[in-house]
Write a protein that binds this ligand. Structure first.
Ligand code: FAD
Ligand code: NAD
Length: 617
């Protein structure tokens, strides 16, 4: 009853409803019986699952949790294990590399142009060494590990021995791959790959593209798993070993007490027709976009993002529920309520059975990306090569992508799952230009440029209305509070680097009362490449706070506007702050050389780090 009272108190304040409201609530009848995990504080560890014998041909997902650590790694990781993250804080991270493990999913529209200077060096691949060629080779049936299909347990000593180009093994999350056959296909170059030779490459991999589906891309190179060898810190006791993806209690408490917010908790209660799951975040700045809910078959998953941490409620529900549900947030007390509709009016004895990582609270960077299938509902030409895609979320998903964040789209291409990042936009630049015909919390819009010679976008363009594409949870390091009390907002966008600016612009003009000026400098090759040009011009006409300037790098002779690449001269003329003390933010996004050069120029112009945000992967 205590929970019921809190709900009444809170609901008069700041409640958002994101889906149709549930049927009128009936008087509370049963509080959920304690099922052993329906507790206010997270249980910290589950009994160790018994390890099945290794089948003759395994994929990482078939294998039981391996037992790192591996040599040469700053941190120790294993699939589903959070032990690594606690060790990570004790060790200094390895040197960051921009190209290590950039192999399978390339993010570079920037490759179309020669960088004037400061460009990221790309290593040219030999003829016949493209991603497609690699996929072909993996499907040829050739023995790429040299083990004739056997999988072995690899000791640290054994791993260390395989440290040469023609005999190179690398461990990722406890699974060992022979990457020698892959060397020539790695766009980051052989030397980058060799940095992890004979050791654990997990951290290097994670720093660049942890979302890359390496299990699928390298499955034919899988040698086996690391052999069990407890090599834990001196004060680590065997019984504390982490299984089921949970840190032992002491590690959760110690790590988070030092580094992060306090752990949320959850509870649940029921009426005849409804089951309400309540998440107490213990944070005030919780919003509807802080929680992502997915219900698929009997699996129910609610991930709450709190700063850089993720709290997960993940259960197999004990009874069936209807497809739709509602999510409510009481912002001022940081409480989230997820109201599920029962299929049958029976009393539930327990909520269900815990699934992987249930009731865990871990750094977001250590969580895997979760995908759901979304349906393509429309596709509209915006420029000669850029289209507005509208995807519909399944009714059993609640997902709102926060301003400035991106998601990953995933498609099977020639039998391999390929993912690329994209930044959702609004359906139009400013809602007044177009009546919103579709509610925003069910549809996600993307402005996507189709590269005829690209790997992913031509496939995306082939999708027909009604086809499906998988969409991940959001990622990104833009924080909305960067816009608070802002006076001047400057946006420097190049090509599709315009996409993160759309929501930032929209949010700032609508929600930041202190805002005096928003100026967009939009760099494109030609006039035909300018995305939403007439909308931008109309907005500038309508809202005197907004100004837009187009700069073309390959204009026709008729162009009378600004020309060239980003330059100190262009920036110093454009970035006029009102006074030395005015609060300013400059956002940059575009091809990597554009962003890198822009960052350097802004530093040279004496803008501080806090005044600059660059959008990157
Ligand atoms: P790729 O295969 O990557 O090729 C792109 C271009 O490079 C093509 O012209 C191709 O011919 C050329 N190329 C490829 N390989 C080589 C090579 N070895 N040498 C020379 N040229 C080569 N894009 C959007 O359109 N909209 C967005 O909202 C968006 N959001 C993003 C968000 C983030 C965080 C990031 C990092 C990127 C974003 N992108 C966005 C870019 C997007 O992720 C892809 O990089 C882009 O769609 C190209 O993918 P592709 O596979 O079709 O092309
Ligand atoms: P593009 O090739 O059409 O170029 C647009 C403009 O960028 C050019 O007119 C020029 O002014 C500038 N530019 C291009 N190459 C440059 C170079 N070498 N040096 C300096 N300036 C340069 O751009 P596009 O094909 O639309 O590509 C957009 C890029 O933005 C892609 O690389 C994409 O990955 C990136 N992007 C990143 C994010 C993100 O990180 N959040 C979001 C969207 C797009």
């Amino acid at each position: 009853m205590e929970i019921a009272k809190r709900t009444e108190n809170g609901s008069g304040q700041c409640v958002h409803l994101c889906r149709p409201p549930p049927a009128p609530d009936l008087p509370m009848q049963h509080r959920g019986a304690d099922s052993g995990y329906n507790a206010l504080a997270p249980p910290r560890a589950y009994p160790a699952p018994s390890l099945p014998p290794a089948p003759s041909r395994l994929l990482p997902s078939d294998l039981p949790a391996p037992h790192p650590p591996c040599p040469g790694s700053a941190a120790v990781r294993s699939p589903g294990s959070r032990f690594a993250s606690s060790l990570r804080v004790l060790c200094s991270p390895p040197r960051r590399s921009a190209v290590f493990w950039r192999p399978w999913i390339d993010d570079g529209g920037e490759k179309e142009q020669e960088a004037p200077h400061n460009a990221v060096e790309a290593v040219p691949l030999k003829q016949g060494r493209s991603l497609m060629d690699w996929i072909r080779l993996t499907k040829s049936g050739k023995d790429l590990t040299g083990l004739k299909g056997r999988l072995i347990e690899v000791t640290e000593e054994e791993l260390k021995k395989h440290n040469k180009k023609d005999d190179c093994w690398i461990c990722i999350r406890g699974f060992v791959y022979n990457v020698s056959p892959y060397m020539e296909y790695h766009p980051g170059g052989e030397d980058e790959l060799m940095r992890a030779a004979g050791s654990d490459g997990t951290d290097l991999f994670d720093q660049v593209h942890r979302w890359v589906n390496y299990e699928s891309m390298l499955k034919e190179c899988l040698v086996g798993r690391m052999a069990m060898k407890p090599a834990f810190p001196k004060d680590y006791h065997e019984e504390k070993k982490v299984l089921n993806g949970m840190l032992p209690q002491s590690q959760v408490t110690d790590t988070l007490a030092k580094e992060g917010p306090s752990s949320p908790s959850y509870d649940w209660f029921q009426t005849d027709s409804l089951v309400t799951i309540v998440i107490y975040t213990k944070q005030k700045d919780i919003n509807l976009d802080s929680v992502i809910v997915d219900h698929r078959d009997d699996s129910f998953r609610a991930e709450t993002v709190i700063k850089d941490y993720s709290y997960l409620v993940h259960v197999a529900l004990s009874h069936e529920i209807q497809e739709d549900f509602s999510v409510l947030v009481v912002e001022n007390v940081g409480k989230i309520e997820i109201v599920l509709k029962k299929k049958e009016n029976t009393s539930w004895k327990c909520l269900g059975h815990p699934q992987e990582n249930h009731n865990s609270f871990i750094p977001k960077k250590d969580t895997g990306l979760f995908y759901r299938k979304c349906q393509l509902v429309s596709k509209e030409d915006v420029t000669h090569d850029t289209k507005l895609f509208c995807l519909m979320l399944p009714p059993s998903t609640h997902l709102e992508v926060p301003v400035g964040q991106h998601v990953y789209l995933r498609l099977p291409i020639t039998g391999t799952e390929i993912v690329k990042p994209y930044t959702p936009v609004c359906d139009s630049l400013f809602s007044e230009f177009k009546e919103p015909v579709l509610p925003n919390n069910i549809y996600i819009y993307f402005l996507i440029k189709i590269y005829p010679a690209g790997f992913f976008t031509p496939e995306l363009d082939q999708l027909q209305i009604g086809d499906y594409v998988s969409v991940s949870n959001p990622e990104g390091n833009f924080i909305i509070s960067q816009l608070q009390e802002l006076e001047d907002l400057f946006l420097l966008a190049a090509g599709t680097g315009f996409t993160p600016m759309v929501k930032v612009l929209n949010y700032a003009l609508t929600n930041i009362p202190s805002l005096r000026k928003v100026k967009l400098m939009f760099f494109n090759k030609t006039e035909d490449d300018i995305i939403w040009r007439s909308q931008l011009e109309k907005l500038a006409f309508k809202d005197k706070r907004f100004e837009v300037e187009f700069v073309l790098s390959a204009p026709t002779s008729e162009w009378s506007g600004k020309q060239g690449y980003i330059s100190p001269a262009l920036l110093s003329e454009f970035l006029k702050r009102r006074s030395d003390t005015s609060k300013v933010l400059i956002c940059l996004c575009g091809p990597t050389p554009f962003t890198e050069q822009g960052m350097k120029m802004l530093h040279d112009l004496n803008f501080s780090k806090d005044e600059i945000h660059s959008f990157t992967a």
